[in-house]
Design a binder for this molecule. Structure first.
Ligand code: GLU
Length: 499
């Protein structure tokens, strides 16, 4: 039998800012495939219609390109296994679901949302569906579907025994089938769920190695069963360790604590090759122990078995240290000049900033002072200017915390959207808009007067804004753990539940 060509993929969902975790997975998938003469695919998993946006997809592609990663097949470059956007493949999924239904490996479920909610309430969040519709006679199921009753399609999970599969880094893993739900494969809107689309695409695209984040490990039994239902050969599964915050409990890297958007690292002046090198160090080391290495070095040396599972910490200090080495060691003065031109002196940035600065320029020389906050990572924070008029530092920190939480939930980071959001926030907190905006000016620019706030925030971007606000909260003394809980309640009462 001839060896199948190695093929890997990265499969981001375009539901937000391009995440460093996506770049991390892309890098390992790329390096592994390229070290073995294989293919590397980028696939867009946009089955969540409500949350996926074209803008997010664009930002993901752009950010991965900025990092210097390239794929052989993808929505922007095409390829023989397209389309590479799941929303354009719904016919393929439906046809496969029909196959499962015809073979008795899946069934229509007509249960209403109310019924499912009641079940969930009764059985606890973990165990889901009681499989009521699994026993519907085929002709009744057909009749109800034809009569127009809404339904989802669920896969049949074995009722007893255990699922045994191998993860390349963890060895054999066993899971009782009794703990696995009859997963929904096709939603009532005719769109597939992640599980169905992911397995079908990996198979049809010839993916031999599924290298992805650890958070998907629990889904493997469902995927394994789908491969079996279809009679397909399973890929090698390799779940990369989750990136961690640099905190005592090494919690999962989250935007609550760290900037996680690739765009932030670009804006804050990190070099793509340094960021990639840093991501390569997450769970892996060059055989010679050298910490500074290129993607080509990684391609030549990466063996998946060498990846270590001890949660890799996304340590900002280490990243900064590595970035500094690149700036010092890889660039002469002319090179650095080019780098700065591309980063700061580029027309796109100028065009966005000039309209804000021009009305405030008395001499061209004011440019530097007025625009400095746009070209910085952190800004100096004068603690005495932060507290809101009439309130103390403790309450100001709490209010900033509420604002950070609101911004975390905010997808539209344009000036009008931010304007509306902060107006509403001030109103609900019984503050004058001016009172709420004053500490934001200070936290974001390091001074009391700056260019117009909403436009400036839009230019900085969500991660940089939240990072500076988090620093201001720290400068004000932070919010105690006890108060965090109360604040969380206050937030829910005023603005609704957070994701
Ligand atoms: N769309 C999934 C994600 O964004 C992909 C998971 C996988 O690689 O299977 O994480």
């Amino acid at each position: 039998m001839s060896e199948k060509q190695i093929c890997t993929r990265v499969a981001p969902s375009p539901t937000g800012d391009p995440h460093v975790g996506t770049a991390y997975q892309a890098l390992f998938n790329y390096a592994f495939a390229k070290g073995r003469g294989g293919r590397f695919i980028l696939r867009i998993e946009d089955t969540d219609q409500a949350r996926s946006t074209a803008e997010s997809e664009q930002a993901i592609l752009e950010s991965l390109h900025w990092l210097g990663l390239q794929w052989d097949e993808g929505p922007d470059v095409g390829g023989p296994h397209g389309p590479y956007r799941q929303s354009e493949r719904t016919e393929i999924y439906r046809e496969h679901v029909h196959r499962l239904l015809a073979a008795g490996n899946a069934y229509r479920c007509f249960c209403t949302r109310e019924r499912l909610d009641t079940l969930r309430g009764r059985q606890g969040a973990d165990t889901g569906y009681d499989r009521l519709c699994r026993n519907l006679a085929a002709d009744e199921s057909q009749r109800r579907a034809e009569a127009g009753e809404p339904f989802v399609v669920r896969m049949k999970i074995p009722l007893a025994g255990e699922c045994v599969f191998t993860d390349l880094l963890r060895g054999e893993i066993r899971k009782d089938w009794a703990s696995v739900d009859d997963q929904v494969l096709l939603k009532s809107d005719g769109f597939p769920t992640y599980h169905l689309a992911n397995v079908i695409d990996d198979h049809l695209m010839g993916v031999t190695h599924v290298i992805r984040g650890e958070e998907w490990l629990n889904s493997v039994p469902k995927h394994v069963q789908l491969y079996d239902h279809f009679g397909w050969q399973k890929p090698v599964f390799c779940h990369l360790p989750l990136l961690r915050n640099n905190d005592p409990n090494k919690t999962k890297l989250s935007k609550r604590k760290n900037p996680t958007s690739i765009r932030y690292y670009r804006r804050a002046g990190y070099l793509p090759e340094a960021l990639l090198n840093f991501l390569g160090m997450m769970g892996w080391l060059m055989p010679n122990g050298e910490e500074k290495f290129t993607v080509a070095d990684m391609v030549a040396n990466l063996k998946l078995e060498d990846i270590s599972l001890g949660g890799p910490v996304f340590d900002q200090d280490k990243l900064r240290w590595l970035n500094a080495r690149y700036i010092r060691e890889n660039y002469n003065a002319a090179g650095l000049c080019g780098l700065l031109e591309a980063w700061a002196l580029n027309r796109e940035m100028y065009q966005r900033i000039i309209p804000l600065v021009q009305p405030r320029l008395e001499r061209l020389a004011d440019w530097g002072h007025l625009t400095a906050p746009f070209f910085a990572d952190e800004v100096p924070l004068p603690a005495e200017d932060l507290p809101i008029k009439g309130l103390d530092g403790v309450r100001t920190a709490e209010i900033l915390q509420l604002v950070v939480w609101r911004l975390e939930q905010q997808r539209d980071f344009t000036a009008p959207a931010l304007d509306a959001l902060l107006r509403e926030t001030a109103e609900k907190l019984a503050l004058k808009l001016r009172q709420l905006l004053a500490p934001l000016f200070v936290a974001l620019s390091g001074r009391t007067a700056w260019t117009p706030l909403f436009d400036s925030m839009a230019i900085l971007g969500s991660d940089l804004v939240r990072m500076r606000l988090r620093r201001a909260i720290e400068v004000l003394g932070g919010v105690s753990a006890k108060r965090q809980k109360e604040l969380d309640k206050e937030y829910t009462r005023l603005f609704g539940r957070r994701d």
